[in-house]
Ligand binder design. Structure first.
Ligand code: AMP
Ligand code: ZN
Length: 118
């Protein structure tokens, strides 16, 4: 997919509105439009990387995204109660947007990983 067609590139560019949570030089954090927990924030690298594997080829950017995810948890006040950082990859993980993104989930007791309903 060309970057010009990428939803999250458009969000980073401000062409599509989002609710900003945190900004750094290399990462942008915004609220998920369909939250799966009382805190559900997405952290994206400002440059387009298709998925976690591609992002891992730019280790500093990957580290920045993870550090931003932890900073989001602290800012949202869920760092003491606990939070989950997730990269979904591929169909079985229900991945839908092809710009690498880290989910930050918390603010309440989360379900277990894995099968639906678990
Ligand atoms: P994934 O399934 O891991 O690809 O996650 C994509 C996430 O992006 C989902 O949790 C969606 O709810 C979220 N999402 C899709 N469109 C938007 C949008 N315009 N603003 C904020 N979050 C979005
Ligand atoms: Zn993109």
């Amino acid at each position: 997919m060309p970057e010009s067609d990428c939803l999250f590139c458009k969000i980073i560019a401000g062409e599509i509105p989002s609710t900003t949570v945190l900004e750094t030089d290399t990462a942008y954090a915004f609220r998920d439009i369909n939250p799966q927990a009382s805190v559900h924030v997405l952290v994206v690298p400002r440059t387009h990387h298709e998925d976690a594997e591609e992002l891992a080829k730019a280790p500093q950017e990957l580290a920045d995204v993870i550090a931003a995810g932890v900073a989001v948890a602290r800012q949202e006040g869920i760092d003491q109660t606990g939070f989950r950082l997730v990269f979904n990859t591929g169909e079985h993980a229900r991945r839908t947007v092809f710009h690498a993104h880290l989910h930050v989930l918390g603010g309440e007791q989360l379900g277990l990983f894995g099968r639906p309903g678990h």
